[in-house]
Write a protein that binds this ligand. Sequence first.
Ligand SMILES: Cc1cc2nc3c(=O)[nH]c(=O)nc-3n(C[C@H](O)[C@H](O)[C@H](O)COP(=O)(O)OP(=O)(O)OC[C@H]3O[C@@H](n4cnc5c(N)ncnc54)[C@H](O)[C@@H]3O)c2cc1C
Length: 426
Amino acid sequence: MNIAVIGGGIAGLVAAWQLSRRHAVTLFERHAMPGFVASSVALDGAAAGLRVDVPLRVFYPGYYPTLTRLYAELGVSTEPVDYATTFSGADGRAYFRWRNARLGGWSLPYVLPQDVASARGWRIAQGALRFQARARAAQAAGQLGGVSIGEFVAAERIAPDFVDGLLLPAIATIGTCSTADARAYPAAVVAGYATAGVGRQSVHRARDGADAVAAKLLAGIARVQCSAGVVAVRRRNGQVMVQSAAGEEVFDQVVFATQANQALALLADAAPDEVAALAAFHYRALEVLMHRDTALMPQRRADWSPVNARVCAEHAQPESTIWINRVQPALRHAAPLFQTVMPQRSPRDDSVIGHARFERPLVDAGSAAALAALQQLHAQPGRRVWWCGSYAEAGVPLLESAVRSALAVAARVEVCADAEAMGRAA
Ligand SMILES: Cc1cc2nc3c(=O)[nH]c(=O)nc-3n(C[C@H](O)[C@H](O)[C@H](O)COP(=O)(O)OP(=O)(O)OC[C@H]3O[C@@H](n4cnc5c(N)ncnc54)[C@H](O)[C@@H]3O)c2cc1C
């Protein structure tokens, strides 16, 4: 079959790589290089030749079984990284800090006496323990259906210092959304993430970054069209027309690996059920800055962690600054380098070395119904247009859901291909 995959994020790369085993696949990407690596920053000076992923993407195996298997199959080597976190207020003073001791793939989160010396720090630590215990129990008892995390912590009377000072900022940082969005996250999704090994397992990253992952996947894809933004897709006479900057081409099957809202804008002949399903996914736009401005770090150098969240009531979302030197070993002794996600403040102009904008899917009470509607579309006979991406599987929209959805869609396309081949043979 002749198949188009639209979008070169991790979902599109994986779908195209998987389908390329048996089919002629063309990958369309609007950027000059696959979106998975398009925002990465090349360093100069003493660090020339090194690139930093933007955004930096980490994972821990317990929540990422599909990604872990994929990396093993591709031969992508990974390494554990220190992901200890400092939480600071508007004044830049740290109010809580957790650290992690790492041994191989295992991690032991801990706090030092000075981290819980204040009454607030102590209440946060206590709240964290109570939350873990209550979430685990409620999850095991199947009591989390239809409940948001905000409703759950209120019902369980979890300490507000922990909820507002750590839990919601952590969810907002992982989901790159506002604190209000974080409060609306389904409790089952948060508990699923929190109890799959986070804290006990080390956070990992691909040792040679997203570039190495993309290179392995691209090696299996015959035709990659970059700088070829698709402008319209429409079905005609049992085939699918893809109109892009490179012209118009005809395919047997098309996989949208863009975000759902982008796919909806491209599908010129979307049926009402397709419009309804795709429009049900909602997004939050955000910015990521690469810079060298230490003013965005906690006030005291001794409080700096690999991840530094700034939480203050006047901002709708926490700002998080990753100290890149601490998570990318090759840069350990290089000049300080930071990646700030959802910045609340601007770093000095002369310190900025890159910026990028992203859209991130939101997860809320409507997400399960939206996913069910998408699956119903995928189950329709004779389907020639498919959707995958981090939004298209249950859970927090991360690399895991993106890869899982790409492999699931590839499997469905294979079933169609086999059915058509049998039909032709009959
Ligand atoms: C700040 C931040 C930090 C994150 N940290 C982590 C992390 O630590 N761990 C983790 O697992 N996940 C993390 N994520 C989430 C993760 O990056 C995403 O879930 C994942 O990369 C999404 O992949 P995707 O392929 O579904 O979508 P995308 O990466 O959005 O890919 C969509 C692709 O479609 C292309 N496209 C769009 N329109 C067109 C068009 N018209 N024609 C052609 N191409 C088009 C885009 O250019 C893009 O390449 C983070 C996300 C952000 C924003």
